[in-house]
Design a protein around this ligand. Sequence first.
Ligand code: S3P
Length: 432
Amino acid sequence: MDNFVKTEKLRGCLSGEILIPPDKSISHRSLILGSLVKGKIEINNLSLGEDCLSTLNILKSSGIKAEFISKRDLILDSSNGFIQPEAELDCGNSGTSVRLLSGLFSSLPYKVKFIGDKSLSMRPMKRIIEPLSKMGANIISNENKLPLEISGGNLKGITYYSPIPSAQVKSAILIAGLNASGTTRVYEKYLSRNHSEIMLKYLGASIVTGHDEKGYFTEIQKSVLVPKKIEISGDISSASFFMVAGAIVPHSKILIKDVNINPARTGILKIFDQIGANYKVLNKKTVSGEETGDILVEYKEDLKPFKIEGEIIPELIDEIPILAVLASIIKGRSVVSDAGDLRNKESDRIKTIVEAFKMLDIDIEEKSDGFIINGGKPINKEAVLETHLDHRLAMSYYILSLVNEKSMIIKDFNCTKTSFPEFLDIINSIKK
Ligand code: S3P
């Protein structure tokens, strides 16, 4: 068994100032929307996680030129437009790549085939096949899973009521709508992350957002995007591991600089309010249309349990694994419900978290749409934990290991590279 970590309880604390990786969702969008700008566009602080590199490689194999001018800054050049890609388009572990790029390729006059790794190949694609087919794309799938073969072009606008609040679904439709005839309107019951809408507006698309009796909507017309430098701030989903670590490891104090704090992503701050955590958001500013700030978190005793349900779910969907870790430390009953789509992430996150926590003797009860945790009992158990190629589970288990009296093995830890290749280096740099 290679590619695992053996953990140890942290006897000291976590203290210091850190920078976390650039936002993954915004990075994907900067590449995809950037490729639709006629000419050159500069992107600053791109995520170099494997997920975003999958998107970049697919665009490069489709005729878009990209040149890094420093480690995380690149110039994307679409002057010569797209070409028919020769090979299959490999999205690796990345759901965002396959779903958003399906929107793009549905609108282009080519035939492409998307493939992915074992985890991605098990994930549901009906959610994008249905609306993109309604717009006129021809899509062949393996029973609504990968591989997906798309023959695109000649799309027409539709009005679509998304059965799940999903930014990937919404974005796929909006990207397709950018090159469809007529108007494209997407509705969702709860507002999912709106980075596509913000970037489309920033790049000059004809787009309107609002809320009516049917829900939150976004409407887009065929548009030409204008080149404008895009700067990407830190990913709050990556910051969340350090926020929780700072809150639960005694005597810790962590300053996380330049984090994206778009209100559609900051559900975790609302949970930090609920539990009475000691945190502050400092130096707020707007960068390329997105709100950004520094987050300072300090350890506090006697945090209160929390309840997550309904409208807040899309605001913290990716943070639920690390919030489960938080719940296991807080004394009392924390509840997560209305989060059934967790079963469709990089792993079935409800099942995998429940299995892992039971191995650690944490009191957890599985529900179809979430779980209940009765936390606060000291963790004192050896375990070998599976990550199921799910980066967020790997990092959540690592944070849990900091307060486990006994050592654990976390298998396939390299999957953290999908979003956060520097995770261990950063955490080691603030161990005191
Ligand atoms: C993402 C949206 C979310 C999230 C994923 C990234 C995006 O998925 O879980 O990690 O960049 O649009 P859903 O939109 O499917 O909920």
